[in-house]
Every structure is written in structure tokens, then in C-alpha cells.
Ligand binder design. Structure first.
Ligand SMILES: C[S@@+](CC[C@H](N)C(=O)[O-])C[C@H]1O[C@@H](n2cnc3c(N)ncnc32)[C@H](O)[C@@H]1O
Length: 270
């Protein structure tokens, strides 16, 4: 599994892409005018959008720290990994357990173009990047199995990914297929934009994404809970990202007055 730079023509810079808009939210430099434009529209709609993106990222980092540390997970499959933003998942996992093995997956060619830091793992472990679409779960599982042993526990991360996958594209079936491949004791780390928080604003965000050619699918708490059907949710359950174990000390404590309307949780497969 080797990362190769994308062909120049595969980088469509004229329309927004989730990885680059997220990079704009996080204050990165790997985005284009169209991405910044959609980002600005979303911030005009809800001034806390950048704050939410940052808290989502911190959630991923805290969940990884907990799983690599207290739980002892040594294998990670991170789908929709995004443009590298330090500390990336493998940096946290391998900082605790140098032998940890990590596979990153994203379908945006710009992530592949910047995948270098994602491939720089420890000598004892592995960290690799695979350009693939989550809508091809069988291909992802097959390729990832050259690095990960699916007979042993794996932490599967679907962090701020599924709200870019529609029901028509089989979001639920994709999760089922991936979960089916996981051994008992594996963990699911998931965050997803809430669909039942100020619906008028959410509808407007969906329209703005649609105008830029991006599918956005907010989902209700009940729908997100169902994705954990085969898992026991770790404490504190399904919460907004900053409320997931803030005591782990990664990121800032939430300002109580500012909502972060994504559902975030970590579950252990039964
Ligand atoms: C908001 S970013 C989240 C990045 C990272 N998981 C995090 O939470 O910090 C969403 C990522 O999902 C990726 N993505 C969206 N649809 C995808 C698909 N169908 N297959 C693979 N990746 C996808 C985007 O390219 C982007 O990098």
C-alpha cells in the first residue's frame, strides 16, 4: 500500500471538498478559494462552526489516547482521516504504544498529496495511507488487512465522516459491513453532525453544501445510537464532542454557552 501523488487533473479545485473546508476551519493552509468560500458561508450561518470543528478534532485525539492507553488497542483504522493536522492519530497512538499499527483512508486526492506525515510512523509499528472511498468497504477491508489483523481488536474511526455519506449511498450498510469484520473487543469511534439541533439552521447548512456540490446528511440522536447497536457505549455515552472525557486533557474545556451539535461516542464491540 503505497501513497502516490494524485494526477494534477484529479484535483478539482473549483468546487469545495469536505477535507479542505475542514482544513480551513482548523486554520490550515491546504484549501482553495471555493473551500474558504463555503467555510465563510457556514461561519456566517453559525459563528461557532470553526469551534465545533476544533472540538471534533480534539474528541478524536482524546478517544485515541484513551483507546491506546487505558484500553490497550494496538490497531487503528481511520476512515475519512482528513488532511494531516498534528497531532494525527498515529502520533498519539504510537506515542503511547510505538508498536501500534494505523491505516488511514480518505477519498480526497488532496489528502493523498499531503499524506507524507501520515506515513511517518515508528519503526516498531506501521502507519500507512490508502486512497479509497468508504463506499467500497470490501476493498478497504482487503487492503487494510495487509497491515491490520482483523482477528484481533481494531479501533475503527468514523469521525465527522458519515454526514458526507447519504442513506442512498448505503451509509448504514457500509457501517454494518465494516463492523461485521471487527473482532469482539474492537471499538467504534464515531462523530456525526446532529440533525435534531436547530433544524432550520441545519437545513440551511445542507443547502449551502448542496450548492457547492457536497452532500451533507445530518442525523438524529436515535439514528446515530442505532449505529452502535453491536457495541456497549463507553461512559459518558453519546455526547457532544467536548463532553467526551474532557478530563483526558486534550483540547480546551467547552464554553458552556456554545453548542457543539455533533453526536460523538466510543463503543466496545460485544
Ligand atoms: C470533516 S473531515 C474529518 C477529518 C477527521 N476524521 C477528523 O475528524 O478530524 C471529513 C473527511 O472525510 C472524507 N470523506 C468524505 N467522504 C468520503 C468518502 N466517501 N470516502 C472517504 N473519505 C471521505 C473527506 O475527504 C474528509 O477528509
Amino acid at each position: 500500500m503505497t501513497a502516490v501523488p494524485p494526477a494534477a487533473e484529479s484535483l478539482d479545485t473549483g468546487t469545495p471538498h469536505p477535507a479542505r473546508v475542514y482544513d480551513w476551519f482548523l486554520g490550515g493552509t491546504d484549501h482553495y478559494t471555493a473551500d474558504a468560500e463555503l467555510g465563510r458561508q457556514l461561519v456566517a450561518l453559525d459563528a461557532s462552526t470553526k469551534y465545533c470543528a476544533q472540538h471534533n478534532r480534539w474528541f478524536m485525539q482524546r478517544a485515541t489516547r484513551h483507546l491506546a492507553g487505558a484500553v490497550g488497542i494496538r490497531q487503528f483504522l481511520d476512515l475519512g482521516s482528513g488532511i494531516p493536522t498534528e497531532p494525527n492519530l498515529h502520533r498519539i497512538a504510537q506515542g503511547i504504544a510505538p508498536e501500534a499499527r494505523v491505516v488511514y483512508v480518505d477519498n480526497d486526492p488532496i489528502v493523498l498529496a499531503h499524506a507524507g506525515p501520515l506515513m511517518a510512523g515508528t519503526a516498531e509499528g506501521a502507519s500507512t495511507f490508502l486512497q479509497a472511498d468508504v463506499r467500497e468497504p470490501d476493498r478497504i477491508l482487503e487492503l487494510a488487512s495487509t497491515v491490520l489483523d482483523f482477528d484481533r481488536p481494531v479501533a475503527l474511526s468514523l469521525v465527522a465522516l458519515l454526514h458526507f455519506v447519504s442513506d442512498e449511498d448505503g451509509a448504514r450498510e457500509i457501517v454494518d459491513r465494516l463492523v461485521d469484520a471487527l473482532a469482539p473487543g474492537s471499538h467504534l469511534v464515531l462523530s456525526q453532525m446532529a440533525g435534531d439541533w436547530i433544524p432550520e439552521r441545519t437545513d440551511r447548512a445542507v443547502e449551502m453544501h448542496k450548492a457547492g456540490g457536497v452532500t451533507l446528511v445530518p442525523r438524529s440522536r436515535a439514528r446515530v445510537e442505532r449505529l452502535f447497536e453491536h457495541f456497549d457505549l463507553l461512559e459518558p455515552g453519546l455526547v457532544w464532542p467536548p463532553d467526551w472525557r474532557p478530563e483526558l486533557g486534550v483540547g480546551e474545556v467547552r464554553d458552556e454557552g456554545t453548542p457543539v451539535p455533533l453526536y460523538a461516542g466510543v463503543g466496545r464491540k460485544r
